[in-house]
Design a protein around this ligand. Structure first.
Ligand SMILES: C[S@@+](CC[C@H](N)C(=O)[O-])C[C@H]1O[C@@H](n2cnc3c(N)ncnc32)[C@H](O)[C@@H]1O
Length: 272
């Protein structure tokens, strides 16, 4: 896409984490500035693309698990640019009565998602920021589409690491948790330092500090676990994304980047 084709309201001069992720996934919705930033990440971590794909596969497995748990409503926050196997596509394949709300704060995501999903009665696209739970939960379109007296799965997949302050991240997750009915679920995947050494992580953070997200936090296992406060984790707990209920445990996808950083993933259930 050329700069001239940037939709109104879209900044083609600042790397967008949504468009960088689209580039990693082999999509077409990115500008030169996004490709440059993504390639700079690739230089530190040449398997960033595989990590992105493994993250999408985890998302698909998590949605299937939620369907098995009887969940039919999904609030996907930081949904990203539409790609293959979006949440509603996976969900509807297994249960035809699912409803999905896609929320994102990136204007390009909103333009594309609305264009693609305008006529789909199962989906709603809402502009919103993870850091404003009350705004999202009070959005009339969100409330018209989802019944919060019934279980809702809140998906925060590869997005919470863009909220760099630990206390703030916990507070925002709790803001959603407190609005949910028993039987609701929380899905998180999150970048973690793993065995990585300082320099690569610092260089990666530096690149993301200049992006639309303004920063990136690598959280430890315990720090990510604390985001599930109030939820009971489904087996196998909080693990590397490829180890979360793999379809084929033998052909394990790669999740540890060559920088040593890893993606952690878990699904929690709210009991009461
Ligand atoms: C790495 S992509 C992940 C997309 C999708 N969840 C997935 O895992 O395949 C992160 C998405 O979160 C969005 N995002 C980042 N910070 C956000 C925030 N504070 N509120 C809402 N969305 C946010 C970005 O615009 C981007 O679309």
């Amino acid at each position: 896409m050329t700069l001239e084709k940037a939709p109104p309201g879209v900044d083609p001069l600042t790397p967008s984490v949504a468009r960088m992720y689209d580039y990693f996934l082999g999509g077409k919705d990115h500008f030169a500035v996004d490709r440059e930033a993504a390639e700079a990440i690739n230089a530190i971590s040449p398997d960033a693309k595989e990590l992105a794909r493994a993250n999408r596969e985890f998302l698909g497995r998590a949605v299937r698990h939620l369907i098995d748990q009887g969940v039919r409503q999904f609030l996907d926050i930081g949904a990203g640019l539409p790609t293959r196997d979006n949440v509603h596509e996976v969900a509807l394949r297994h249960a035809p009565d699912c409803r999905v709300v896609y929320v994102d704060n990136d204007p390009m995501v909103l333009v594309h998602a609305r264009a693609i999903l305008a006529d789909n009665p199962h989906t709603v696209v809402a502009e919103g920021d993870l850091r404003e739970p009350a705004w999202i939960l009070g959005d009339p379109d969100v409330r018209a589409h989802l019944d919060f007296t019934q279980p809702v799965a809140v998906l925060m997949v590869a997005v919470l690491h863009f909220v760099t302050d630990d206390e703030e991240a916990r507070r925002h997750v709790a803001g959603f948790r407190d609005a949910l009915a028993p039987g609701s679920h929380l899905v998180i995947s999150h970048m973690s330092p793993g065995e990585a050494f300082g320099d690569d992580l610092t260089a990666g953070k530096e690149i993301y500090s200049k992006s639309s997200a303004g920063g990136l936090a690598f959280r430890t296992h315990d720090e990510v676990l604390s985001l599930f406060d109030g939820f009971t984790l489904a087996e196998p707990g909080l693990v590397e994304i490829a180890d979360w209920r793999p379809d084929d445990p033998v052909a394990r996808a790669l999740t540890t980047s060559s920088s040593g950083a890893i993606g952690l993933a878990g699904v929690g259930r709210l009991d009461s």
